[in-house]
Every structure is written in C-alpha cells, then in structure tokens.
Write a protein that binds this ligand. Structure first.
Ligand SMILES: NC(=O)c1ccc[n+]([C@@H]2O[C@H](COP(=O)([O-])OP(=O)(O)OC[C@H]3O[C@@H](n4cnc5c(N)ncnc54)[C@H](OP(=O)(O)O)[C@@H]3O)[C@@H](O)[C@H]2O)c1
Length: 236
C-alpha cells in the first residue's frame, strides 16, 4: 500500500513536556525552534494537526522565511502546505483565525465503526461502544476525508498526491499514530526549560506496540539559537 512519509515535529521541554502544567495553548519553542519548524513545513506537502491543538491555538504555523517560500515556489509547490485537521467530532469552530489564514484547509474525520473503538482509540478516557452521534458539518474546508482507520486515511492522502506529511501534534494525535507505528521520523526541539505536570509529549495512557518497534536512528543533531537543540530520529 502506498502511504505518505510522516514526520512528527514537536518542541519539548527538557523533561519531555509539550505544554505547561496548566495546559492551554503552549508556546514552548523559541527562535531556534521556529527556524527548524519552518524548514520542516517547507519540506511538507501537508501538515496534520490535532483538532484540540487548533481549538486551543486558533491558528496553525506558517512559513514566513522568504528563501523557504522561494524554494517552494521553484519546486512548483503552494507557499504553505495543506493544513489537515484530524478530528473525530468534526467540531472546528468557524470563527477561528485559522479560517482566515492564507493556506488550503482539509478535514480528516477518523471515526472507527461502532464496536471498534476499543481497538482504535487507545487514548479515550471513557471508552465508548455506542454508535457515534451524527457529526455537525464543519465548514471552511476545501478538502475532506472520512475514514475508519489510519491505514485507510493514509492511503487516501497518498492517492491525493500527498507524499510528505508533518505531524504538528498534539500528544493525542502523536500517540494515535505511534500506537500503530505510522511515524517514520521524530523531529524534536529540546528547549532549555523544565515544566513538570502531566503534559508529556507521549501521554501516560499512550498504548505502544513495543514488540514491533526496532528503535530509532539519529540522523541529525543541531544546536539552535537560545540553547535549543534539534534532534531528528528515523525509524530503524
Ligand atoms: N510543544 C509543541 O510542539 C506542541 C505541538 C502541538 C500541540 N501542543 C500542545 O498540545 C496540547 C494539545 O494536545 P492534545 O493531546 O490535548 O490534543 P491534540 O492531539 O492536538 O488533539 C486531540 C484531538 O484531535 C483529534 N484526534 C486525535 N487523534 C485522533 C484520531 N486517531 N482519530 C480521530 N481524531 C483524532 C480528536 O479531535 P476531536 O476532539 O475533534 O474529535 C482529539 O480530541 C496543547 O496544550 C497544545 O498547545 C504542543
């Protein structure tokens, strides 16, 4: 099956948190992280964004650096990668600034059929086995996909010509992809802060299939501005 390459891109504290203890819209990375985040966006055909991160932040990250915009233009790419919001509920408030951003928007509704929730929603706190309620029709998305499982979703994204995906988090989306071994690369910016609290980038309730994991190979390490450090690992 053809599927896109997936790179998770996160800024994390030295103690592995992606948000402060109180939660909310996290801004962990500084100028160094901004630089490598934009480079990753410039590489991507599309980004995947957890609906909760979008609801909290209101918008997504854009490429601003002129040389990166020029590179994309020379390669025949749109200035910004397609921004795909991943959701079960379909709840994406239309008043979010996201809908005014200069980019193409997509919605990926991932809803396992009733009865399969236990298999496909490892992070749900209250496991639900009833049929899903009808979803509200989220507007403002130029492209939409509705799938039951990641394998189907990724095959459809590949069929739409999307070969390189950056996964922008948050933790729930990252854990869902890691649980099924779909991530090819982890790009983490270590930021010189200690945050404590419950918001590890891989939550305590993440369910990983450790038996099928062969580890990760370091492919890049780069000191960044502001005492930050980029590390990039590829799946072995
Ligand atoms: N430091 C960083 O680099 C960074 C990056 C991103 C986010 N964050 C932080 O992370 C926190 C948010 O993370 P989070 O874990 O709470 O939320 P999240 O992963 O951003 O979003 C969770 C939501 O995404 C949808 N979703 C996730 N996995 C899904 C799946 N397999 N199938 C269908 N839908 C799925 C669901 O949307 P519905 O609820 O609509 O069904 C789910 O409730 C915030 O504090 C944010 O600031 C930090």
């Amino acid at each position: 099956m053809s599927r896109p390459e997936l790179r998770l891109v996160l800024a994390i504290s030295l103690d592995g948190r992606l948000a402060a203890a109180e939660g909310g819209a996290a801004q962990i990375g500084g100028a160094g992280d901004r630089q490598v985040l934009e480079e990753a966006l410039a590489w991507a055909d599309a980004v995947l964004l957890g609906a909760q991160t979008l609801r909290l932040h209101g918008s997504t990250c854009l490429i601003h650096r002129p040389e990166l915009l020029r590179q994309r233009s020379a390669a025949g790419l749109a200035p910004q990668p397609l921004a795909i919001v991943v959701s079960r509920s379909g709840v994406v408030p239309p008043e979010l600034p996201f809908f005014q951003q200069p980019l193409e928007r997509g919605l990926l509704l991932l809803e396992p059929p009733p009865g399969l929730h236990r298999l496909h929603q490892p992070l749900e706190r209250g496991l639900r086995l009833d049929p899903a309620p009808p979803r509200p029709a989220a507007s403002g998305f130029g492209r939409r996909w509705c799938c039951c499982v990641w394998s189907e979703a990724l095959a459809q994204l590949a069929a739409a010509g999307l070969e390189r995906l950056v996964v922008l988090g948050g933790a729930s989306l990252a854990a869902s992809l890691l649980a099924e071994n779909w991530l090819d690369e982890l790009q983490l910016t270590l930021c010189p802060r200690l945050l404590g609290g419950p918001h590890s980038w891989l939550g305590a309730d993440a369910r990983l299939d450790l038996a099928s994991q062969n580890g990760w190979r370091l492919v890049e390490q780069r000191p960044l501005l502001g005492e930050e450090l980029l590390v990039r690992y590829r799946r072995v």
